[in-house]
Design a protein around this ligand. Structure first.
Ligand SMILES: [Zn+2]
Length: 171
C-alpha cells in the first residue's frame, strides 16, 4: 500500500527538515506523490512563516525536486495560506491549503494553533474564562469569542438550542 502526503512543512517555515530530506524520506517510504505546503507570510508572526524572499527560494527548491524525482515520485508545490495572510503569489503554486492559525480581535492577533497553555490563556482572556465547566473540548472558539458578549446575559436565549443539541448544560 502506498500513501501520499500533501501537508508537509520544511525548514523554510516551521518544519524540522529540508525539502530534499523530506523527499528522500518519502521515497524511502514508498510515496508515489508528495506535496509541500509552506506557511504563507505573516509579517506579525515571522517565526513560522515564509517571507517573500524565503517563499521564492522555497519555490525554486521544490521545483528542482519535481524534476529530480520525475518518473519516480510526483512532487507538488503547495502553500498553506493563512486566513490572516495577504500573500498575493498564490498562482505560483500547484495547490493552496487554507488554514486558520490565528484570528484578529480587538486590535490583537490571537494564536489559535498553539500549545495547551497558550490556548488556555487565550480562552480565559478572550472567552471571559471557561463559563461551562462541563466542557472538555472547545472547537471553533474564534466564532464563539467573536459573537459571545463578555457577560453571560445571552445564555438564556441560547440555552434551549444548547440543551436540545445535547452538547452542554447551561446550568
Ligand atoms: Zn500546516
Amino acid at each position: 500500500m502506498s500513501f501520499n502526503n500533501f501537508h508537509m512543512h520544511t525548514t523554510y517555515c516551521d518544519g524540522a527538515n529540508t525539502p530534499k530530506e523530506m523527499a528522500e524520506a518519502a521515497r524511502a517510504l514508498g510515496c508515489r506523490e508528495i506535496g509541500f505546503s509552506g506557511h504563507s507570510w505573516l509579517d506579525f508572526d515571522p517565526m513560522w512563516t515564509m517571507d517573500p524572499d524565503a517563499a521564492a527560494h522555497y519555490r525554486e527548491t521544490v521545483s528542482a525536486l519535481k524534476e529530480e524525482y520525475a518518473g519516480e515520485m510526483k512532487v507538488f508545490l503547495g502553500i498553506e495560506q493563512d486566513y490572516c495572510s495577504d500573500t498575493d503569489d498564490l498562482p505560483n503554486y500547484d495547490y493552496v491549503i487554507g488554514g486558520v492559525h490565528c484570528v484578529f480581535k480587538d486590535d490583537n492577533y490571537i494564536s489559535v494553533d498553539c500549545d495547551a497553555e497558550t490556548q488556555r490563556r487565550g480562552v480565559e482572556q478572550w472567552m471571559a474564562g471557561t463559563p461551562w465547566p462541563l466542557w472538555k473540548i472547545i472547537t471553533h472558539w474564534w466564532g464563539t469569542s467573536m459573537r459571545r458578549p463578555a457577560a453571560t446575559s445571552s445564555r438564556t436565549s441560547t440555552s434551549s438550542r444548547s440543551s436540545s443539541s445535547g452538547t452542554t448544560s447551561s446550568t
